[in-house]
Design a protein around this ligand. Structure first.
Ligand code: CDP
Ligand code: CDP
Ligand code: CDP
Length: 228
């Protein structure tokens, strides 16, 4: 039986995870999981229901009525509604980390992610892909970049989408979110012990994509050699 390869890419907001994972997956013909999108979908759902992050009992109850579906690993649906764009709003940015810190939320999303592993070669991207969800991944990459660089990247993106927000607000939000993600008890943002750490501050997107593609190719060759 052919064994499927799992690659994880973790890192803070704006380090380049999604863009890199998406492009590399396309190049190599791997499937791509954006785990942050699922946490964003939960945050949007609870935000719309008006349930605050400190009401764990109500969140648990409410999540029973939430059905998440990822179509072709690209579009994300909640109870039949396409929320792919709606989950990228600054309102969701602001609250997502508070919901993502809750055990009840993480427990609910764990198997959803885990179950994707068996039937395809996968690049999974997020905060705890290498540490918690896929601890036995074939290759773990941790992207980082200084906070200012990451905020500039995110701000440019928001400007291009016509979102009216100041650079200072974007910077503040990113720093706040990193702090919450890195300091929570459950699945905090940190590199896995066996992760390769790549600082992308001075690198273009293309340079990172080339580097990650090379790392994966080397690793996949090793895996295949072990199999034969
Ligand atoms: O793209 P960006 O880096 O802004 O964030 P994202 O990957 O869409 O993730 C949004 C939020 O979801 C993060 O700030 C985390 O709070 C949470 N998240 C998580 O807790 N675990 C993951 N594996 C992925 C995201
Ligand atoms: O997923 P994450 O929040 O880690 O970052 P992203 O959404 O992939 O990247 C944020 C923005 O930074 C995108 O517009 C990328 O094109 C850009 N980027 C960059 O300019 N240089 C890099 N080395 C990586 C990403
Ligand atoms: O949605 P589609 O069948 O086109 O493609 P897929 O994303 O490859 O998903 C295959 C199956 O896994 C679907 O039937 C989804 O319901 C399920 N799935 C899931 O339950 N949770 C996910 N995070 C992704 C997919």
């Amino acid at each position: 039986m052919k064994r499927h390869v799992i690659i994880t890419i973790d890192g803070p907001a704006g380090s380049g995870k999604s863009s890199v994972a998406k492009m590399v997956a396309q190049r190599l013909g791997f499937a791509y999981l954006d785990s942050g999108a699922i946490y964003r979908a939960v945050a949007l759902y609870l935000l719309q229901k008006g349930i605050p992050p400190d009401d764990e009992a109500q969140i648990e109850e409410s999540l029973k009525g939430m059905n998440i579906h990822i179509k072709d690993l690209q579009r994300i649906y909640v109870n039949g509604n396409d929320v792919t764009m709606a989950i990228r709003s600054p309102q969701v940015d602001e609250v997502v980390s508070s919901y993502a810190a809750l055990p009840v939320v993480r427990r609910r999303l764990f198997s959803l992610q885990r179950d994707l592993r068996d039937d395809r070669d996968l690049i999974a991207e997020g905060r705890d892909m290498g540490t918690v969800v896929f601890p036995d991944a074939d290759l773990k990459i941790f992207l980082k970049a200084d906070a200012r660089t990451r905020a500039i990247r995110r701000w440019k993106e928001l400007m291009e989408r016509g979102v009216d927000i100041s650079f200072d607000d974007v910077y503040y939000q990113i720093v706040q979110r990193d702090e919450k993600d890195a300091n929570r008890k459950l699945s905090p943002l940190m590199p896995a012990e066996d992760a390769i750490i790549l600082d992308t501050s001075e690198l273009t997107l293309e340079e990172v994509v080339d580097k990650v593609t090379e790392l994966i190719k080397d690793r996949v060759l090793q895996v295949k050699r072990c199999e034969t």
